[in-house]
Design a binder for this molecule. Structure first.
Ligand code: CS2
Ligand code: MN
Length: 354
């Protein structure tokens, strides 16, 4: 297993590379060119700049999260083939820098959705929170709320440029039902697989968050059955998963450890996050400690360990603790605690298995 940490880049993150360097065990920085719009080619000179920064601290850049997929690809719009060609070019450019895994998602319009970005918890920290009744019926209202609450940070999938054309975006999806979206995903992956083989890059899809339909938009990767469907639909070792325990774990019916056991060979990237459920269907993000949530974090870590998982792993979101001012879900302190928890469990499992 290779431990990694997501970093949004200089000037775009409250956390610095020198902070990350002091967390034990981190080898890789999970990065992206966050200013790029979906569909644009990532140029070699731009990637080189990130490499230079990471080299200074001895960090690898083998995992990108995310190269976002243009809506024309998701909706089979008029420019889909052009954007797929651009995606291939980006993969070729990334491969020149030793990138091995590209994380992406296939969620329509929005990325992850929460109703509260800084929800107070009983211990005095705050966390991302989802209150079923607070999901605004009007997505525009929801977008306004997220933009207001995100403390000036741009939230992936909620970029102001995208929110400004929300109606147009919804219009594009109006004839896209679940089956059509599956077909469009298949078309995209089948087109990319030869380039993945040529470059050695694994495409690793992130599940939908929350794992159910919202605002009448279909969501695909939500449970065991849909993950089974995804891996067999394009049965290729380069068609992989970013298995996010927090996204899938928001549905109490999902047993994430079981999914890990079943598909370990197709998981390229593991996101570890704990979620606490409430009886009415609300959920809160929690610390990584197993007993603080319902996701079964220790079981999940054991499933990866038993499988001899040698892919990349990162703590997913963290709470906001000790007064830290940071991007929602992406502070330093709680994610660093998460790493120590994961490594503690992992090291013990290593020791016991010797
Ligand atoms: C999120 C997402 O759970 C997560 O990791 O922070 O924004 C995630 O990065 C994207 O859905 C992946 O494309
Ligand atoms: Mn995740």
């Amino acid at each position: 297993m290779k431990m990694s940490f997501r970093w949004y880049g200089t000037g775009n993150d409250s956390v610095s590379l020198s902070d990350i360097k002091q967390i034990p065990g981190v080898e890789e920085i999970v990065w992206a060119l966050h200013y790029k719009q979906p569909g644009e080619v990532w140029e070699v000179e731009e990637i080189q700049k990130v490499k230079d920064e990471l080299d200074e601290y001895g960090f690898g850049m083998e995992v990108v999260e995310s190269v976002n997929v243009h809506d024309d690809i998701k909706t089979a719009g008029p420019k889909r083939d052009l954007y797929i060609e651009n995606y291939k070019e980006t993969l070729r450019n990334l491969a020149k820098f030793g990138v091995k895994v590209v994380c992406y998602n296939f969620m329509p319009v929005f990325d992850w959705t929460r109703t509260d970005l800084f929800h107070p918890l009983p211990d005095g920290s705050t966390a991302l929170y989802y209150e079923k009744d607070k999901i605004k019926q009007d997505p525009k209202e929801m977008a306004e709320y997220i933009l207001k609450e995100c403390k000036g940070y741009t939230m992936p999938g909620w970029e102001p440029e995208r929110m400004a054309v929300l109606e147009e975006l919804f219009e594009k999806y109006k004839d896209v039902d679940k089956e059509t979206l599956w077909e469009n995903l298949k078309y995209f992956l089948e087109a990319l697989m030869p380039t993945c083989h040529e470059t050695g890059i694994k495409m690793a899809i992130h599940p939908d968050d929350p794992p159910w339909d919202i605002f009448g938009l279909p969501r695909l990767l939500v449970d065991t059955e849909s993950i089974d469907r995804f891996v067999s639909m394009v049965d290729d070792p380069y068609n992989c998963l970013t298995l996010c325990s927090g996204s899938l774990g928001s549905n109490p019916k999902n047993n994430v450890a079981e999914i890990v056991r079943k598909h370990a060979d197709r998981i390229a990237f593991a996101h570890i996050r704990n979620v606490k459920h409430f009886p009415n269907g609300d959920f809160s993000e929690a610390s990584h400690r197993d007993c603080d949530g319902d996701t079964g974090i220790l079981d999940i870590i054991k499933a990866y360990h038993d499988a001899g998982f040698d892919g990349y792993i990162r703590p997913d979101h963290g709470r906001h603790i000790w007064g830290e001012k940071c991007r929602p879900g992406y502070g330093l302190y709680d994610r660093a605690l998460g790493i120590m928890y994961i490594l503690g469990a992992w090291d013990l499992l290593d020791k016991l298995s010797k």
